[in-house]
Design a protein around this ligand. Structure first.
Ligand code: HEM
Length: 462
C-alpha cells in the first residue's frame, strides 16, 4: 500500500519512549510531541506502537468503523483487572458487550432520560441549598461538590440508590477507590504487568481498591434485591432485560461489573465537564453574563422544568465549547483492521493503534481558525455547530463515535443542563483566587485541579 512511515521521538531499547512520558500524566508529553511532530506521530510503549493523531481530518477518517475498531489496550486493559466484563472495557466481539449494549441502551433513550428529570432536579436543588447555606464568603471546592452531585445522580436515577454524598465531609470511599484504581491502572499500563507485580505496596492497594468498588456495587445490587420495586431503570434492565438477539440475560458478575462501570463512567466525566464549565465561565466573564441572562429570560425566577432544557441554546453552547477545549476524556483509541494509509499519506499497519488526541484535534486551526484556543460559546450555537459538523465532521468527538460511543451522553447532558440552569439562576460567582490558572489532574479522565469559587445568592433560593 505504500505510505510514509510516521515521525516520532527516538525510541530506546526495552523502554521505548516510556521514560520520555511525564509520569504524573501523559497528556503534557503527548502535547509536547504534537508541537514537535505535527498532526501524526508514533510512540513506542510496552503495549505497542500507537500513532497519535491531532487533526480533525484524521480523526474523521479513523472514525470509519469499516476500517477501524475500538481496541482494549493500555489503561482499558488494566481496568479489566477490576471489572472484567464492564461495557466500557469489553471487546466488541465479546458476547457480553453485545448483550449489555442491546439490553441497556434503551434505558438511556430519550423518554427514560426525561423521566429522570425530577430526580436530577432534586439533587441539583440539594447542591444549590448546600451552597446557599455556605454563604457568600465560603470557598467551594468545586470539583469535589460536582463529583458528589454526579455520583449521587447516576446512582439515584439509574439504580434508585442514595449515596447522600452532601451529608458527608469526606468523599464516599467509592470515589477515592475509583480515582486510585484509575490512576494505578494507567501506571500499570506503562510499567507492564511484570514490573507492576514487583511494586507490592501499590499492588496491594490496587486490589484493595478493587474490593471497595465491588463491595459498593454489591451493596447497590443487594439493596434492590431486598426491596424490589416496580421502577424501570438501568438496574432493572440489568436484572430483567433479555437480549432479543441471543435470548440471554446478564449474569451477576456482569451486573456488578456494569454497575461499577456506570457509577464510574457516569460521574467522573460529568463532574469534570461541570467543573471545567465554571473555570471557563469565570475566566471569561462576558460568557457568564450571557449564560445568566439567558437563564433569566427563559426561566426567570420560577421553577426549572424539563421543557426548559431545550430552550437554553447559549448554555448548551457553553457546555459544548467546554468539552471542546477541555475534553474530559482527552483521548481514546481505535485500531486498524488492515494495512492502510490515512491522510492520503501516512502508513498504518494492520492492528496498529491510533490514539485520537482530542486535546489537540479539538483545537485544530483548520477548523477553528486563529481563535482555536479561545473560549467562544457562540461558535457552538446550533446553526454553527451543524455547519462545522458538515464542513469538518471530525471536529468534536468528546463522546467518542459509532457503536462504542458514549451510551450516557443524553443523561450527562440533561444532568449538566439542570445544574447549570439552577446555579446560574440562583447565584453570582467569583473565583476564590482571581489569578487561578487552569491546572489539570489526570486519571483516565481529566479535571481541573485546585479550582475554588464563591457563590453568592442573587435572591431567595428559587
Ligand atoms: C463511553 C465520554 C458521560 C457511560 C464513552 C466514550 C467517551 C465517553 C469518549 C468512548 C470511550 C472509548 O471509545 O474508549 C463521556 C463524556 C461524558 C460521559 C465526555 C460526560 C460529559 C457518561 C455517563 C455515562 C457514561 C453519564 C453513564 C450514564 C459510558 C459507557 C461507555 C461510555 C458505559 C461505554 C460504551 C460502550 O463501549 O459500549 N463515554 N461520557 N458516560 N460512556 Fe461516556
Amino acid at each position: 500500500l505504500g505510505g510514509v512511515p510516521l515521525p516520532g521521538p527516538r525510541a530506546y531499547p526495552i523502554v521505548g519512549n516510556v521514560l520520555q512520558l511525564d509520569s504524573s500524566g501523559t497528556g503534557n508529553s503527548l502535547e509536547r510531541f504534537v508541537d514537535q511532530y505535527g498532526e501524526i506521530y508514533r510512540l513506542v510503549v510496552p503495549w505497542g506502537e500507537p500513532a497519535i493523531i491531532s487533526s480533525a481530518a484524521l480523526v474523521h477518517e479513523v472514525s470509519d468503523e469499516t476500517r477501524f475498531k475500538k481496541p482494549i489496550i493500555a489503561d482499558l486493559e488494566q481496568i479489566r483487572n477490576g471489572v472484567p466484563a464492564g461495557m466500557f472495557t469489553a471487546r466488541t466481539e465479546e458476547p457480553l458487550w453485545g448483550i449489555a449494549h442491546r439490553v441497556l441502551t434503551p434505558a438511556f433513550g430519550p423518554v427514560p432520560i426525561q423521566d429522570m428529570f425530577p430526580e436530577m432536579h432534586e439533587l441539583a436543588a440539594q447542591l444549590a441549598m448546600k451552597w446557599a447555606r455556605h454563604g457568600p464568603e465560603q470557598s467551594i471546592a468545586v470539583t469535589e461538590d460536582f463529583t458528589r452531585l454526579a455520583l449521587d445522580t447516576i446512582a439515584l436515577c439509574s439504580m434508585d440508590f442514595r449515596f447522600n454524598s452532601y451529608y458527608h465531609d469526606e468523599l464516599h470511599p467509592f470515589i477515592t477507590a475509583m480515582s486510585n484504581f484509575l490512576t494505578e491502572s494507567g501506571k500499570r499500563a506503562l510499567k507492564g504487568n511484570f514490573l507492576s507485580s514487583l511494586f507490592f505496596w501499590s499492588r496491594n492497594r490496587y486490589f484493595a481498591d478493587i474490593k471497595t468498588l465491588r463491595t459498593t456495587a454489591q451493596a447497590v445490587l443487594d439493596a434492590r434485591r431486598a426491596n424490589p420495586t416496580g421502577r424501570s431503570d438501568l438496574l432493572s434492565a440489568m436484572l430483567e432485560g433479555v437480549d432479543r438477539k441471543t435470548g440471554k440475560k446478564l449474569d451477576d458478575g456482569a451486573i456488578i461489573d456494569n454497575l461499577i462501570t456506570f457509577l464510574v463512567a457516569g460521574h467522573e466525566t460529568t463532574s469534570g465537564m461541570l467543573s471545567y464549565a465554571f473555570v471557563m465561565l469565570l475566566k471569561n466573564p462576558e460568557t457568564l453574563r450571557k449564560a445568566q441572562q439567558e437563564v433569566d429570560e427563559v426561566i426567570g425566577r420560577g421553577p426549572i422544568t424539563v421543557e426548559h432544557m431545550k430552550k437554553l441554546p447559549y448554555v448548551t453552547a457553553v457546555l459544548r465549547e467546554t468539552l471542546r477545549l477541555c475534553p474530559v476524556i482527552p483521548s481514546y483509541a481505535v485500531q486498524s483492521l488492515e494495512d492502510t494509509v490515512i491522510g492520503g499519506k501516512w502508513a498504518i499497519s494492520k492492528g496498529q493503534v491510533v490514539l485520537l488526541f482530542l486535546t489537540r484535534s479539538h483545537r485544530d486551526k483548520a477548523v477553528y481558525g486563529e481563535t482555536a484556543n479561545d473560549f467562544i460559546p457562540e461558535r457552538m450555537l446550533e446553526e454553527n455547530f451543524e455547519r462545522l459538523s458538515k464542513e469538518h465532521p471530525g471536529f468534536w468527538k468528546p463522546f467518542g463515535h459509532g457503536q462504542r460511543g458514549c451510551i450516557g451522553r443524553a443523561f450527562a447532558w440533561q444532568e449538566a443542563m439542570v445544574i447549570m440552569a439552577m446555579l446560574l439562576q440562583n447565584f453570582d460567582f467569583e473565583m476564590t483566587d482571581p489569578t487561578y490558572e487552569l491546572k489539570i489532574k489526570e486519571t483516565l479522565t481529566t479535571k481541573p485541579d485546585g479550582f475554588e469559587m464563591k457563590a453568592k445568592l442573587r435572591h431567595g433560593l428559587t
